[in-house]
Design a protein around this ligand. Structure first.
Ligand code: AMP
Length: 493
């Protein structure tokens, strides 16, 4: 199996004259990306970056982001993607924890994040060119990506993905979805998350295909963009599909080249699947994945795609549905049709959490990775997700969010005596972030509005609660433990 860097290097060489990237009227070929990323890799080397060093990249969707990603990988450094619109404290945590030797930023982030205590390099659109097209010859186990992902604690963990894990996983997905150089992806996902970055950008380039990259998702623009760029693929989260089915018939033009719509990162409802099929004439392919293992389960490319299930394990990925409460390292399978935890083994898995051997050990049962997701196997073998082990993980708009992190942030407000944060089922967002607050005695009368403003000033946009509910007392199961399942039920209505 070819490593990620070997695949990218081969495509950049072979596909020189082919279109790689479309962006606001600009067209970049593989040769353009090769020359630009080679020049940036040269700058990294000149700045003292060596293979294995971590380089953080906080650049919004743009051609310079793609060039920077390729530059870091070709230099043999480890890419640490940062959410460019996150508060400076989030970036600072990932930079400090990863020990990033350098931070590459785009224009706007540079000004907002100028308090960062790390060496920063500001990238511009000026496309430098370098004749030195060398690539560091990354080994299979060498880390390529270090992605920070929210967990059940207040602080995100850094999942390390090797060149072999990503190379294997992207090749498996390409094969499963018949992804070839003839394809063009409309990419509207944010590219600091594995979905947009690994599947969208790296997946397209590894397949020798092209990407029509957008700054963000705007439902109304999608039909016209698909038609104008003759896109064949679209990857989205369920919230995007919820918005697409709201478009009027007039807005859904004929989309001549499209062949595959994929949804992932959160559960796609049967209602959305059916309405999309009725309006757009396509059965969405659903896939399940996570930062720690890439893309692992998917509904069939050929054959019936049924709503409500995430499909079969992709080739090479082993999935067990196991009793989450069994003790020790032995995997105890549940009977088919019974809910259990999804356990994963395969070459796609991450290498562990960065500088956190304890969290890594906790994440495994024997040599299987514990996803934390509850699922069951249907009679035909397809997997249906039925829930999550932890109430402290929220999936809103496809983002994985830690309830504890939001509680910690809101707890610092003087108007808050106590706060419990939960994810409540929501037709558009998947789950809505609801903060249940017991006000301090001298809290302001407009506390909910005040807290939303406060959250906006301290948390990344996607972590800001959509609702604040006041309660004179939050029910508990015992000291320090809120009855979160009861809260979810109460506020679901
Ligand atoms: P992340 O690491 O941010 O990609 O989040 C991974 C988590 O997203 C998984 O553990 C699941 O809880 C959830 N997830 C991803 N894909 C799906 C899907 N197709 N259906 C339901 N949940 C999903």
């Amino acid at each position: 199996m070819m490593t990620l860097s070997a695949q990218l290097r081969a495509r950049l060489g072979e596909r020189a004259d082919a279109v790689a990237l479309l962006w606001e009227g600009e067209v970049l070929t593989y040769a353009d990306l090769d020359a630009w990323s080679a020049a940036l890799a040269g700058e990294l080397r000149d700045a003292g970056i060596r293979p294995g060093d971590r380089v953080a990249v906080g650049v919004a969707n743009s051609p310079v982001l793609v060039a920077a990603v390729l530059a870091v990988l070709r230099s043999g450094a480890v890419l640490v993607p940062l959410n460019p619109s996150a508060p400076v404290a989030d970036a600072a945590y990932a930079i400090e924890h990863s020990g990033a030797a350098l931070v590459l930023l785009g224009g706007e982030e540079c000004e907002r994040w100028d308090s960062l205590e790390a060496p920063i390099r500001r990238l511009t659109d000026a496309r430098a060119v370098d004749d030195d097209r060398s690539w560091f010859d990354a080994g299979a186990a060498d880390p390529a990506l270090l992605v920070y992902t929210s967990g059940t604690t207040g602080k995100p963990k850094g999942a390390v993905l090797s060149h072999a894990a990503l190379g294997t996983n992207l090749a498996t997905v390409a094969e499963a979805w018949r992804w070839t150089a003839a394809d063009r992806l409309l990419l509207t996902l944010p590219c600091f998350h594995l979905h947009g970055l690994a599947l969208g950008i790296l997946g397209s380039l590894a397949a020798g295909a092209s990407v029509a990259l957008q700054p963000r998702f705007v439902a109304e623009d999608v039909p016209e963009l698909l038609a104008r760029h003759r896109c064949t693929l679209f990857f989205g989260v369920p919230t995007m599909y919820n918005r697409l089915i709201q478009l009027s018939d007039g807005e859904i033009e004929r989309i001549p080249a499209m062949r595959l719509w994929v949804s992932g990162s959160a559960p796609l409802t049967t209602a959305t699947f059916e309405e999309f099929r009725r309006r757009f004439g396509f059965a969405i392919l659903e896939r399940f994945g996570m930062s720690e293992g890439g893309f692992m389960i998917a509904t069939p490319y050929h054959g019936e795609r049924r709503p409500g299930v995430v499909g079969f394990a992709l080739p090479g990925v082993e999935i067990r549905i196991a009793d989450p409460d069994s003790a020790g390292a032995t995997v105890v399978d549940v009977a088919d049709g019974e809910p259990g935890e999804i356990l994963i083994r395969g070459p796609n898995l991450f290498s562990g959490y960065w500088r956190d051997a304890e969290a890594t050990a906790r994440a495994y049962r024997g040599d299987y990775f514990r996803s934390g997701d509850l699922a069951l196997r249907e009679p035909d073998g397809q997997i249906r997700i039925v829930g999550r082990l932890s109430v402290d993980i929220i999936k809103c708009r496809g983002f994985k969010i830690s309830a504890i992190e939001i509680e910690n942030a809101l707890q610092t407000h003087p108007g808050v005596a106590e706060v419990a944060v939960v994810g409540v089922p929501h037709a558009d967002l998947g789950e809505q972030i609801v903060a249940v607050v017991t006000p301090a005695t001298d809290a302001a009368a407009d506390l909910p509005a005040v807290l939303v403003d406060y959250a906006r000033s301290t948390l990344a946009r996607h972590k800001v609660p959509g609702r604040i509910e006041l309660m004179s007392e939050i029910p508990r199961t015992g000291p320090g433990k809120f009855k979160k399942r009861a809260l979810i039920e109460r506020f679901s209505a």
